[in-house]
Design a protein around this ligand. Sequence first.
Ligand code: PLP
Length: 399
Amino acid sequence: KLDFHPSGRHFLQIPGPSPVPDRILRAMSLPTIDHRGPEFGALGLELLDKIRRVFKTENPVIIYPASGTGAWEAALANTLSPGDRVLMFETGHFATLWHKMARRLGVEPEFLGLPGYEGWRHGVQADMIEARLREDSAQEIKAVCVVHNETSTGVTSDIAAVRRAMDAAGHPALLLVDTISGLASADYRHDEWGVDVTISGSQKGLMLPPGISFNAISDKAIEASRHNRMPKSFWAWDEILEANRNGYWPYTPSTNLLYGLNEALDMLLEEGLDHVFARHQRWAAGVRTAVQAWGLEIQCQDPAVYSPVLTGVVMPEGVDADAVRKIIYERFDLSLGTGLGKAKGKMFRIGHLGDCNDLTLIATLGGCEAGMKLAGVPLAGSGVTAALDYFAQHPLDAK
Ligand code: PLP
């Protein structure tokens, strides 16, 4: 039960689902149309073309009526065969869940990582991937799977470095990358980074409700999907690619979410992706300034891979982060991300993605600061004041 009359807007500051802008909500409120009619085909062709610009690929992007987890499964089911070895890297909870899925699907994932909890505070270590691939002279490893933006920790790994490591080892494995929470908030380049399958979802940087997800695919991945032996039907790329040629799907697509996607793509492309990325980098820097002013630790310990999407705030020893989050939710109608997996109770996550602005973030930091004070968390100073100063001194479009 909330401690206040819930007037005004709820502050949805978890790292996805992110707030959905009114413009997208309005687009989705239009009547559902015949998904086999000409109007739908034209919409399908338009958005299938535009979505490629967000992934930075010339190749097709598959859209599933599923959450991100479905698109993870699709990536594995279209490229691998039972018993294949794959190399995964433990960066946090989502890398761990993807690893679990790979096992359930009958492939043999090897989980590389830094010792203990260290992996949950750093990014993918490309040199470890290179060393492991060099050992694999029989080329038994069929894919390298990494998470770009690890939503459980607030770390954005360097995918170009992973590509370079694979090339340096001269290894032919496929590169599969989860950017479910990175796409359209953090810089991402499917073609330039030589990614074979990029997995993403709707409810983060694309500012849509949950419910659709993506596979951007390389020629090499399409070739693998023609011969791989994992059973697949709903996820199979071939029939979708065939129907997509005319803007349709082999089954009923999520019509109204696709209206929303078309609108989201217009918003992002009108603004320009570089501007979108700069906006997120600046928000992230402001939020980190606040965390530092509170005298608290940021979950990510390597500044080179700080996430522009979210920041993990570590609670002092002995403070239960979920108890603090509960107070903040009940007193200020503000949702923050919980600590997941190994991070449970140790930290909370502030989302700064999608449809935010300086003042919604200042309010969010205000809720955090007041809630932490109520919970008795010792703070060194005011994060709100520090972030206000940061935003004032770093205007977004400063020349
Ligand atoms: N991977 C990452 C990095 C995520 O952030 C999420 C969800 O938050 C998932 C995978 C799972 O996606 P979904 O919950 O949409 O199935």
